[in-house]
Design a protein around this ligand. Structure first.
Ligand SMILES: Cc1cc2nc3c(=O)[nH]c(=O)nc-3n(C[C@H](O)[C@H](O)[C@H](O)COP(=O)(O)OP(=O)(O)OC[C@H]3O[C@@H](n4cnc5c(N)ncnc54)[C@H](O)[C@@H]3O)c2cc1C
Length: 248
């Protein structure tokens, strides 16, 4: 696989693509395109730009927050617990939390769905499925306030609405408390979803003419490597078409 990546990279270079590794601190529009500025003040000028900066999972700001065994993707990391009679926890209350809990219930011995509010904010169909799944326990009005374990997570400290704290042993924990699309560097008014994902048209162009988006930062329904790669290829094609059209 790495070979294919290297070959694609070299082919692009031989066709004149210029690569640089840097962090763009600001991307803004100019009269004839876009200007990116990195932390060293270096400027990058382009007629079109593709934002492919991904997204960052929200984490719980609790003691031991960076202990291993805290995950964000059950499809990706759930299989790590297959065949281990694991006790897993999912933190969240929406459809994403439901999907994590349901997929993990097929792998783990027990799944605890921990929800801070007094009700689940998910589709009725999900609630129904969860109720029928014998190994999912729903804990409403419950907040995770700490993780236990030195290197690997061994437990979590939860607090009830009444203020009672207790420790529960777990083998792994999945957070479904949201993501932040990485768009801080964009100094432009661009249409986004309520969660901040960049809205795009069928050609992956954002609401800002000439600015495209690809991968996890985009308003999509699947945040996976394959879909991000496909987006990248399509966005590059349409960005190239945009530049060609602009120059004719
Ligand atoms: C723990 C975990 C496990 C996963 N496992 C799987 C899996 O098994 N299979 C699967 O298909 N998917 C998996 N995913 C999802 C997958 O990683 C993403 O869908 C995919 O990487 C998205 O690609 P992307 O290019 O959009 O974003 P990313 O891969 O996040 O890449 C974005 C890049 O942009 C850079 N960047 C951000 N801001 C700036 C800036 N201002 N200037 C310059 N660069 C910037 C970042 O540093 C990063 O390198 C997993 C995700 C997580 C978090």
């Amino acid at each position: 696989m790495a070979q294919f990546g290297t070959m694609a990279f070299q082919q692009a270079q031989s066709e004149g693509a210029y690569f640089t590794m840097t962090r763009i601190e600001s991307l803004r529009s100019t009269d004839d395109g876009f200007k990116g500025i990195d932390a060293n003040g270096q400027e990058y000028i382009a007629q079109s730009a593709i934002v492919a900066t991904g997204r960052t999972p929200k984490i719980l700001e609790v003691p031991n927050a960076h202990v291993k065994g805290v995950h964000f993707c059950s499809i990706c990391d759930g299989p790590l617990y297959r065949g281990k009679s694991a006790a897993l926890a999912v933190v969240g209350s929406d459809n994403a939390a439901a999907q994590h809990a349901l997929s993990l219930s097929r792998i783990a011995a027990k799944v605890m769905l921990i929800c801070r509010s007094d009700s689940l904010q998910m589709d009725a169909a999900h609630i129904n499925q969860i109720e029928q799944q014998h190994n999912i326990d729903v804990h409403l009005n419950t907040e995770v306030i700490g993780y236990k374990g030195l290197d690997l997570i061994e437990g979590m400290v939860v607090k009830s609405q009444e203020g009672t704290e207790k420790e529960i042993s777990i083998d792994g924990l999945f957070l479904a408390i949201g993501w932040r699309p990485n768009t801080n560097m964009l100094d432009m008014q661009i249409e986004t979803t309520s969660e901040g994902y960049l809205k795009t048209n069928e050609k992956l162009m954002t609401s800002f003419s000439g600015l495209f988006a690809a991968g996890d930062v985009r308003d999509t329904d699947m945040w996976q490597v394959l879909t991000a790669c496909a987006d990248g290829a399509r966005a590059a094609k349409y960005a190239a078409e945009f530049v060609k059209k602009t120059n004719t």
